[in-house]
Design a protein around this ligand. Structure first.
Ligand code: HEM
Length: 450
């Protein structure tokens, strides 16, 4: 039913039966940029039978995720999990309603600024371990920066949240996670994806990857159960939580879901932030010099403590600009749970909405020279409400935002004070988008000790 004053949403041109599914599957990143470029900030796409709206403007995002957060909901369906829920189950990223609210309330204190300071020593240790490994690798060694940052962030998240290390299994974890995330992104909105019980090669590969991750997570939980009361970390909070009235505890499945959620959301993202930032700094030596001058002035060569970190000004501007131009999470997906209106447009209940963080961060009406890496734009007082949303917004805003920024500031300052990072390839590193935005094919670099 269309009201007389309702505006028509442009429909992206596609195939007769499959709609835009082919483009969606072939290159998600190009498709999402292209649809905005060709049709504007709200465009309707069809993935076979599925109706999807692509939203690329802060005003529309605010109207949806803030003012109508009860209409634009996460799409978890316990009977038919899809997308990220296939890996994360009902953890904090994917759950909704009362379960989500209860778990968020339980886990929030671990991520408060006051508690984060206590995690700095573990982060420093992880950083130092990597730097000494680099030293041992020899002079001017060549490595894949993306791989190095993945290892580093993995060590940080497991040490701070679960007081353990899984670095010895990193060679298996990284590819398994990559396979799983790619599968999740490709099947999330695709109604034609064969259900998991059908043994297609892609399904088999995904199940194998998930099994490997599961084994690591269950092992980590089991090890702690054998030594309870030794640590006061997030894992302890999850294991000890019980309902005040009934005494009821979390099921093993729920604990698994929360652990794998923090494990995944907490390292893949920060690793990408670190990789892209070091890459951008290598491309912009003048910005790197300014950063080093700030670090020399405020740290005089030492490793920063939380107070030092708070005194930095240029470093956060660099990180913000990196988060803008290469947002580690490229989009947010919601289900529209009933017919509703956004800015005079009718959106149909039952459809999906994709909010493109990447498109908003590159919108030519909101950012001058959007493709230019220019940290100075974050030094002025301009407020970028809803046009700068690397951590999402509203009640589902990232729980780990302060954690991630503290970690990134600390590790970047440790790395750039000790190493020059030289890019081995002249060509731009391309973007691969699953839900996260990764450097396609990694970032080959040479490490030169300063
Ligand atoms: C640069 C690093 C990070 C970025 C860019 C990032 C980005 C995001 C974004 C955009 C969302 C919102 C998703 C949505 O609304 O659909 C989100 C949610 C979330 N993030 Fe992060 N994140 C980062 C680091 C972390 C870290 C370090 C952790 C944990 C230690 C974490 C845990 C979570 C969780 C649990 C949620 C779901 C929150 C909820 O729905 O209540 N993230 N993140």
């Amino acid at each position: 039913m269309t009201m007389p004053n309702q505006k028509a949403i442009p429909q992206a041109q596609g195939d007769f039966l499959l709609g835009n599914l082919r483009q969606f599957k072939a290159d998600l990143f190009q498709a999402i940029c292209g649809w905005q470029r060709d049709y504007g900030d709200l465009v309707s796409i069809k993935l076979a039978t599925r109706q999807v709206y692509l939203i690329s403007h802060p005003q529309l995002l605010e109207q949806a995720l803030i003012k109508q957060h009860d209409v634009f909901v996460k799409m978890y369906n316990p009977e038919k999990p899809k997308g990220l829920a296939l890996i994360l189950g009902q953890g904090l990223v994917t759950s909704q309603g009362d379960l989500w609210r209860r778990q968020r309330h339980l886990m929030q204190p671990a991520f408060q600024r006051s508690n984060l300071a206590s995690m700095l020593p573990q982060m420093v240790m992880a950083g130092n371990n990597m730097l000494s490994r680099w030293q041992q690798l020899g002079e001017n060694v060549e490595v894949d920066l993306a791989n190095e940052m993945m290892r580093l962030a993995l060590e940080v998240i497991t040490q701070t949240m679960f007081s353990t290390s899984v670095l010895d299994k990193v060679e298996k974890i990284a590819p398994a996670l990559e396979t799983a995330l790619r599968y999740a992104a490709k099947t999330a909105a695709n109604p034609l994806a064969p259900p998991l019980i059908i043994p297609t090669p892609a399904n088999q590969q995904f199940k194998q990857a998930r099994k490997l991750l599961d084994e690591i997570i269950y092992d980590l939980i089991e090890q702690r159960r054998m030594q309870p009361h030794t640590q006061h970390d997030l894992l302890a909070t999850l294991l000890n939580a019980h309902n005040e009235d009934s005494g009821e505890r979390m099921t093993d499945q729920q604990i698994r879901d929360e652990v794998i959620t923090i494990f995944t959301a907490g390292h893949e993202t920060t690793a990408n932030l670190l990789s892209w930032t070091l890459y951008l700094l290598a491309k912009h030596p003048e910005i790197l010099s300014k950063l080093r001058a700030e670090l020399t002035q405020s740290l005089q060569g030492k490793i920063p403590d939380t107070e030092d970190l708070q005194s930095l000004v240029y470093m956060p501007a660099i990180l913000n600009e990196s988060l803008r131009i290469r947002p580690p999470v490229g989009m947010m997906i919601r289900k529209v749970n009933k017919d509703t209106e956004l800015d005079g447009y009718l959106l149909k209940g039952g459809s999906l909405a994709i909010f493109s963080i990447y498109n908003i961060h590159h919108h030519p009406e909101l950012w001058q020279h959007p493709e230019q890496f220019n940290p100075d734009r974050f030094l002025t007082d301009d407020k970028h409400r809803f046009s700068f949303i690397p951590f999402g917004t509203g009640e589902r805003v990232c729980i780990g935002n302060h954690f991630a920024l503290m970690e990134a500031q600390l590790l970047l300052s440790m790395i750039v004070q000790q190493y020059d990072i030289q890019l081995l390839n002249k060509e731009e590193v391309e973007i691969e988008m699953t839900v996260s935005i990764r450097p396609k094919g990694g970032i080959p670099v040479r490490l030169i000790k300063r």
